[in-house]
Design a binder for this molecule. Sequence first.
Ligand SMILES: Nc1nc2c(c(=O)[nH]1)N[C@H]1C(S)=C(S)[C@@H](COP(=O)(O)OP(=O)(O)OC[C@H]3O[C@@H](n4cnc5c(N)ncnc54)[C@H](O)[C@@H]3O)O[C@H]1N2
Ligand code: MOO
Length: 394
Amino acid sequence: MISVEDALSRLFALAPMLPAETVPLRHAAGRVLAEPVVARRDQPPFAASAMDGFAIREVDHRPGALLNVIGEAAAGKAFSGSIDVGQTVRIFTGAPVPEGGERVVLQEDVRRDADRIALGDRLETGTNIRAEGQDFRAGHRIDAPRRLTASDLALIAAMNVPDVAVARRPVVALIATGDELVMPGEEPGPDQIVASNGFALAALAEAAGAEARLLPIARDSEASLRFAFDLAGDADLVVTIGGASVGDHDLVGAVAAGMGMERSFYKIAMRPGKPLMAGRLGGSVLLGLPGNPVSSIVCGHIFMSPVLSAMQGLPAGPAPVRRGVLASSVAANGPRAHYMRARLTARGGEILIHPFDRQDSALLTVLSDADALLIRPVGDGPRAAGAAADYIPL
Ligand SMILES: Nc1nc2c(c(=O)[nH]1)N[C@H]1C(S)=C(S)[C@@H](COP(=O)(O)OP(=O)(O)OC[C@H]3O[C@@H](n4cnc5c(N)ncnc54)[C@H](O)[C@@H]3O)O[C@H]1N2
Ligand code: MOO
């Protein structure tokens, strides 16, 4: 059995970096930027009013000042003249501030009578003008690699860049295996259950920027598994679910080996997830997950999502780990790193970690209630409530 860290670095070593493709901004959410984006203009491109009001000269900024309204500036409709002492321009939020305008007085602070205004008694100190280029200048860069967020898309659009170079989406083929499985909605036989793991793994893969394909369930036979591997042949990552352990019907490793898989590792010091396997099969990376629902989904978080991110050019690293405080005591841990399902609460500035009592790797109800995995290192002693501990947010 190798460690979780060793397994992860061997998995990264198997994974190719995918080439870049250009996509329109509308389709770039969640994709990983492959080349820097450079602003094509200043934002704002002109000094702009931040308020609806009246643009004036600085010397006129005194309570009770009387000024002549000489025109109007709106967003998209600039005023072409200039403002002199004793004059003002009616201005709206987002409009270019006319030449001579040194501040904008809020309309709430002004009394207007036809083409004359009088400034009120209490005036604000702020100029209410957004300086040209105050957000960014032409040439401002967003560096790659970076997973593009909703906010990034708005920034890139404002930079007047309509499309971006991003890493191609990794194609992930998910193969659930087992004679006992039927798809949700089908009528299970008395000795059958409903295949569930693939739905979580497909969602995780998509959240990591991949295109996920849920293949038909493979049965516990060589022919059925070979058929499924053939269907998955063009995937970047083939993920099998189940059939990974030592039982007579656990055939995934043997069939993959018969098809030419070069195995990188099998069995890791992790709970749940012991019978994890990885290797190369044809042009694909093969990740063989255990079948127990929680085992497969925890391995999805700890191995599949990080490797998908690395394939898209993000730094090859583990799922982000945070520090919290145990809300209850935990017993000594054994020879496998234990990723315990837990719930988080906040107390003052601290995050409290509440591990669930029931940690069987078949319990989807517990996993669904969990928002974190408490990490118990190999051989860790018993820990009292209040001890610091690491966790991975889910
Ligand atoms: N003698 C030993 N037995 C087992 C060992 C061991 O070391 N020695 N390891 C145990 C551990 S740990 C795990 S984890 C499991 C993994 O077994 P497999 O990967 O072979 O998984 P299966 O036997 O195919 O399935 C286990 C369990 O999960 C259910 N399952 C499978 N696929 C799905 C799916 N897509 N959706 C929902 N549920 C699924 C399956 O019906 C079984 O109940 O092995 C232990 N045994
Ligand atoms: O490793 Mo198994 O995944 O403990 O249930």
